[in-house]
Design a binder for this molecule. Sequence first.
Ligand code: ATP
Ligand code: MG
Length: 353
Amino acid sequence: WYRPMDTHRIALIPGDGIGNEVTPAACAVLDAIGRRHGVRFEYDTYDWSCARYLTEGAMMPADGLERIRHHDAIFLGAVGDPAVADHVSLWGLLIPIRRGFRQYVNLRPIRLFPGVQGPLKSGTVDLVVVRENVEGEYSEIGGRMNRGFPEEMAVQEAVFTRTGVTRVVDYAFTLARTRRGHVTSATKSNGIVHTLPFWDELVAECAPAYPDVTWDQEHIDALCAKLVLDPGRFDVIVASNLFGDILSDLAAAVAGSIGIAPAANLNPEREFPSMFEPVHGSAPDIAGLGAANPVGAIWTAAIMLNHLGYVEAAADVEDAIATIFAKTSLRTRDLGGTAMTDEFVKAFLDVLG
Ligand code: ATP
Ligand code: MG
């Protein structure tokens, strides 16, 4: 007797530092949950990283995107190295993948799990930041002028397009339907007088298509304050590239540790593979010690499961995270404990059977 299994091919990019420790942890959990739900994962591993850049002069081969475009998903551990400038890993790997595969949604779920001590005295945190991932403030348009003169100046243009804003706002409203049904739009249209009023107009144009979803907008400064003072009021926050970047780090800190936070770079139309990566970096200060918190990577794997259509399996993994934090005292050093990566993986395998 056997049960036919769905098989998915995953492009694995463990990357640098603790990326090499949390990626196997996530795969062990994926394999366990896969056995339970009749799903099999086949991994193709790529050594694309800052380490590769230091020996071969490139983060990935010139035909890198071609090699992974037919995979069902991309899982990335972390890239970064103290000897390599951030823009090298960004422009040599992350941005080509995000833009090449039209991953215009950056999804950052944030939860304060019971049993985890966050920096706030009280309050629930269970929200998702939907960040626009390919346009906005992070454009290459602009330049430096009059270098060395008193008139020296720098100009950087933000680019917001109707198509680019509408599709990410639609994604946020659709996501809110599967959650508590509320969207908050991050803006600053009182100070940024061209792009953000346009953003506001497009949000207002999209909203009526989702009569079951309530929405409001907040200026980014007030939104940051409310995220700290009363995070429980937020469900889905939709934000431009820059605002979303800032908000997701702030919200992750409010939820206790960057070691827990997951992220996904999504191509919602599924024309290309989406990329799943924990929020944390390569953490060179603890790399090689076996002490990395694997929860960010494991939760990221759950989001990948969800994207591949295994909604129940994804919920099982997220529940397992909650169970481990609630029922055990296992905490890695980022959460003030001494637990090792392996102990966490073992706890997951125990909970998931
Ligand atoms: P990179 O240049 O790759 O972004 P970084 O050091 O700038 O690396 P992170 O890797 O995110 O940024 O690390 C920030 C801090 O958080 C470090 O002290 C690191 O040890 C800690 N940290 C990050 N992720 C984890 C994790 N998964 N488990 C434990 N500690 C972590
Ligand atoms: Mg960093």
